[in-house]
Design a protein around this ligand. Structure first.
Ligand SMILES: [Zn+2]
Length: 178
Protein backbone atom coordinates (compact mmCIF):
# COMPACT_ATOMS: atom_id res chain seq x y z
CA UNK A 1 0.00 0.00 0.00
CA UNK A 2 1.22 3.49 -0.84
CA UNK A 3 2.38 5.74 1.97
CA UNK A 4 -0.17 8.38 0.94
CA UNK A 5 -2.92 5.75 1.23
CA UNK A 6 -1.83 4.97 4.77
CA UNK A 7 -1.92 8.67 5.65
CA UNK A 8 -5.33 9.06 4.09
CA UNK A 9 -6.61 6.00 5.96
CA UNK A 10 -5.27 7.45 9.22
CA UNK A 11 -7.09 10.71 8.53
CA UNK A 12 -10.28 8.77 7.74
CA UNK A 13 -9.94 6.88 11.06
CA UNK A 14 -9.74 10.20 12.90
CA UNK A 15 -12.72 11.63 11.04
CA UNK A 16 -14.86 8.53 11.62
CA UNK A 17 -13.66 8.00 15.22
CA UNK A 18 -12.83 4.37 14.52
CA UNK A 19 -10.09 2.17 15.97
CA UNK A 20 -6.88 1.09 14.23
CA UNK A 21 -8.07 -2.46 13.49
CA UNK A 22 -11.07 -1.20 11.47
CA UNK A 23 -10.96 -2.71 7.95
CA UNK A 24 -9.80 -0.08 5.46
CA UNK A 25 -12.75 -0.86 3.17
CA UNK A 26 -15.05 0.74 5.74
CA UNK A 27 -13.15 4.02 6.10
CA UNK A 28 -14.11 5.66 2.77
CA UNK A 29 -17.75 4.63 3.31
CA UNK A 30 -17.95 6.17 6.78
CA UNK A 31 -16.22 9.38 5.73
CA UNK A 32 -17.90 9.58 2.31
CA UNK A 33 -14.54 10.02 0.59
CA UNK A 34 -13.61 8.13 -2.57
CA UNK A 35 -11.20 5.23 -1.77
CA UNK A 36 -7.50 6.06 -2.39
CA UNK A 37 -7.03 3.92 -5.54
CA UNK A 38 -10.12 5.49 -7.11
CA UNK A 39 -8.97 8.95 -6.02
CA UNK A 40 -5.73 8.38 -7.90
CA UNK A 41 -7.65 7.25 -10.94
CA UNK A 42 -9.85 10.32 -10.70
CA UNK A 43 -6.81 12.61 -10.50
CA UNK A 44 -5.29 10.94 -13.54
CA UNK A 45 -8.50 11.19 -15.49
CA UNK A 46 -8.98 14.81 -14.50
CA UNK A 47 -5.58 15.76 -15.84
CA UNK A 48 -6.29 13.81 -19.01
CA UNK A 49 -9.59 15.63 -19.40
CA UNK A 50 -7.86 18.97 -18.87
CA UNK A 51 -5.29 18.16 -21.51
CA UNK A 52 -7.85 16.99 -24.02
CA UNK A 53 -10.67 19.38 -23.29
CA UNK A 54 -10.03 21.86 -26.05
CA UNK A 55 -9.57 19.18 -28.65
CA UNK A 56 -13.05 17.66 -28.39
CA UNK A 57 -11.36 14.34 -28.89
CA UNK A 58 -12.77 10.90 -28.53
CA UNK A 59 -10.86 10.54 -25.27
CA UNK A 60 -12.57 13.65 -23.92
CA UNK A 61 -15.97 12.29 -24.88
CA UNK A 62 -15.15 9.06 -23.08
CA UNK A 63 -13.83 10.75 -19.96
CA UNK A 64 -16.81 13.02 -19.50
CA UNK A 65 -18.50 10.10 -17.80
CA UNK A 66 -15.73 9.72 -15.27
CA UNK A 67 -17.62 10.28 -12.03
CA UNK A 68 -20.29 7.72 -12.92
CA UNK A 69 -17.63 5.24 -13.92
CA UNK A 70 -15.78 5.64 -10.64
CA UNK A 71 -18.87 5.49 -8.46
CA UNK A 72 -19.89 2.35 -10.31
CA UNK A 73 -16.46 0.83 -9.73
CA UNK A 74 -16.63 1.62 -6.00
CA UNK A 75 -20.13 0.15 -5.87
CA UNK A 76 -18.92 -3.02 -7.56
CA UNK A 77 -15.86 -3.30 -5.30
CA UNK A 78 -18.06 -2.88 -2.25
CA UNK A 79 -20.50 -5.53 -3.43
CA UNK A 80 -17.63 -8.00 -3.76
CA UNK A 81 -16.04 -7.29 -0.39
CA UNK A 82 -16.61 -9.64 2.51
CA UNK A 83 -15.71 -7.04 5.12
CA UNK A 84 -17.77 -7.37 8.31
CA UNK A 85 -21.27 -5.81 8.20
CA UNK A 86 -20.84 -4.57 4.62
CA UNK A 87 -24.45 -5.61 4.03
CA UNK A 88 -25.52 -2.55 6.06
CA UNK A 89 -24.51 -0.32 3.15
CA UNK A 90 -26.00 -0.99 -0.28
CA UNK A 91 -24.22 1.85 -2.09
CA UNK A 92 -20.93 3.11 -0.61
CA UNK A 93 -21.15 6.33 -2.63
CA UNK A 94 -24.11 7.51 -0.60
CA UNK A 95 -22.23 7.70 2.67
CA UNK A 96 -23.80 6.90 6.04
CA UNK A 97 -26.09 8.68 8.49
CA UNK A 98 -24.86 10.49 11.56
CA UNK A 99 -21.99 12.71 10.45
CA UNK A 100 -23.77 15.66 12.06
CA UNK A 101 -24.10 13.91 15.44
CA UNK A 102 -21.92 14.70 18.44
CA UNK A 103 -18.45 13.35 17.89
CA UNK A 104 -18.55 10.64 20.57
CA UNK A 105 -21.93 9.39 19.34
CA UNK A 106 -20.69 9.39 15.72
CA UNK A 107 -17.63 7.45 16.81
CA UNK A 108 -19.66 4.81 18.68
CA UNK A 109 -22.00 4.51 15.71
CA UNK A 110 -19.09 3.78 13.38
CA UNK A 111 -17.49 1.30 15.79
CA UNK A 112 -20.80 -0.56 15.91
CA UNK A 113 -21.09 -0.50 12.11
CA UNK A 114 -17.60 -1.88 11.59
CA UNK A 115 -17.68 -4.29 14.53
CA UNK A 116 -14.36 -2.90 15.69
CA UNK A 117 -14.37 -1.20 19.07
CA UNK A 118 -13.22 -1.45 22.65
CA UNK A 119 -15.17 -4.59 23.51
CA UNK A 120 -13.57 -7.25 25.72
CA UNK A 121 -13.00 -9.55 22.76
CA UNK A 122 -10.81 -7.00 20.97
CA UNK A 123 -9.30 -5.55 24.16
CA UNK A 124 -8.01 -9.00 25.07
CA UNK A 125 -6.62 -9.46 21.53
CA UNK A 126 -4.82 -6.11 21.94
CA UNK A 127 -3.52 -7.31 25.36
CA UNK A 128 -5.39 -4.51 27.12
CA UNK A 129 -7.63 -6.93 29.03
CA UNK A 130 -7.06 -10.40 30.44
CA UNK A 131 -10.39 -11.87 29.44
CA UNK A 132 -12.68 -11.66 26.43
CA UNK A 133 -15.71 -12.40 28.62
CA UNK A 134 -18.67 -10.07 29.10
CA UNK A 135 -19.84 -9.21 32.60
CA UNK A 136 -23.22 -10.75 31.75
CA UNK A 137 -21.48 -14.14 31.80
CA UNK A 138 -21.06 -14.69 28.05
CA UNK A 139 -17.53 -15.82 27.17
CA UNK A 140 -16.84 -13.56 24.16
CA UNK A 141 -17.87 -9.90 24.34
CA UNK A 142 -17.80 -8.79 20.70
CA UNK A 143 -19.46 -5.62 19.39
CA UNK A 144 -22.12 -7.90 17.91
CA UNK A 145 -22.75 -9.42 21.37
CA UNK A 146 -23.09 -5.97 22.98
CA UNK A 147 -25.46 -4.62 20.35
CA UNK A 148 -27.58 -7.66 19.56
CA UNK A 149 -27.41 -10.16 22.42
CA UNK A 150 -26.14 -8.87 25.76
CA UNK A 151 -28.94 -8.84 28.36
CA UNK A 152 -27.22 -5.88 30.06
CA UNK A 153 -26.53 -3.65 27.05
CA UNK A 154 -28.48 -4.81 24.00
CA UNK A 155 -29.85 -1.98 21.84
CA UNK A 156 -33.59 -2.30 21.17
CA UNK A 157 -33.29 -1.59 17.48
CA UNK A 158 -30.28 -3.81 16.80
CA UNK A 159 -27.46 -2.93 14.46
CA UNK A 160 -29.71 -2.30 11.44
CA UNK A 161 -31.80 0.20 13.40
CA UNK A 162 -28.74 1.96 14.75
CA UNK A 163 -27.14 2.14 11.33
CA UNK A 164 -30.14 3.60 9.52
CA UNK A 165 -31.53 5.90 12.16
CA UNK A 166 -28.36 7.13 13.81
CA UNK A 167 -27.65 6.70 17.50
CA UNK A 168 -30.25 7.69 20.07
CA UNK A 169 -28.33 8.66 23.21
CA UNK A 170 -31.50 8.54 25.36
CA UNK A 171 -32.03 4.87 24.71
CA UNK A 172 -28.54 3.49 24.61
CA UNK A 173 -26.80 2.63 27.82
CA UNK A 174 -23.78 0.73 26.62
CA UNK A 175 -22.39 3.09 24.01
CA UNK A 176 -19.77 4.60 26.26
CA UNK A 177 -18.03 1.23 26.49
CA UNK A 178 -16.74 1.42 22.93
ZN1 LIG B 1 -22.96 -9.48 27.71
Amino acid sequence: MLRSDTQLHNAMRIVSGTVKSTPTEWLPVLTNILPPPLRRKEALLRSAIKAEKTKRSLLYQMLRNTPKYLTTEWHENWTLTDVKNSCLVSDPNKGVEGMDLLRDVWSVLNRIRTGHGRCSSMMSKWSLKDSSACDCGYNNQTVHHIVEECPKRRFNRGIEGIHTAGADPDQDNGGGDF
